[in-house]
Design a protein. Structure first.
Length: 142
């Protein structure tokens, strides 16, 4: 497995199968060029074709507050179904954690849907702890 930072829209588009919705060029470009936005892709050998293919990603966004400093928000983690439970999610979270430390973040956090045992297992195996204290309140502008 190889984990690399995504730097081009083409790399993100090649990983489109990992995202919830089709990648939109203008949004991918904006994400990649925005300060404090990070996207790492995990690659595995591509079925003996001599190349590699994206099998997972993690995205993070630095959040800054005047009285707290900077923390990393783990925005999303995805690993293609056939590659789950092989440590790829843990490695991706580990890479984002390492970046957060390098950047001087005081911590990192993620929201997880209730009952998403696969995600919880990945986050726990990467050293995260469920503090059990959060509720999510949303506003839908769509």
């Amino acid at each position: 497995m190889d984990i690399r930072r995504a730097t081009t829209v083409a790399e993100v588009a090649a990983a489109e199968h990992l995202f919830d919705h089709p990648v939109r060029t203008e949004w991918a470009e904006r994400f990649l060029t925005a300060a404090g936005h990070h996207l790492f892709l995990a690659y595995e050998e591509d079925g003996g074709n001599g190349g590699t293919a994206p099998v997972g990603f993690v995205s993070g966004v630095e959040t800054i507050h005047p009285d707290k400093g900077t923390e990393m928000f783990l925005y999303e983690l995805a690993v293609a179904e056939p590659y789950r439970r092989r440590g790829i999610g843990r490695a991706l979270v580990g890479r984002l954690t390492a970046l957060a430390r390098e950047l001087g973040c005081y911590g990192m956090w993620v929201l997880v849907d209730a009952g998403n045992d696969i995600a919880l297992a990945a986050y726990r195996s990467a050293g995260g702890k469920d503090d059990g204290t959060c509720s999510v309140v949303t506003w839908d502008f769509g």
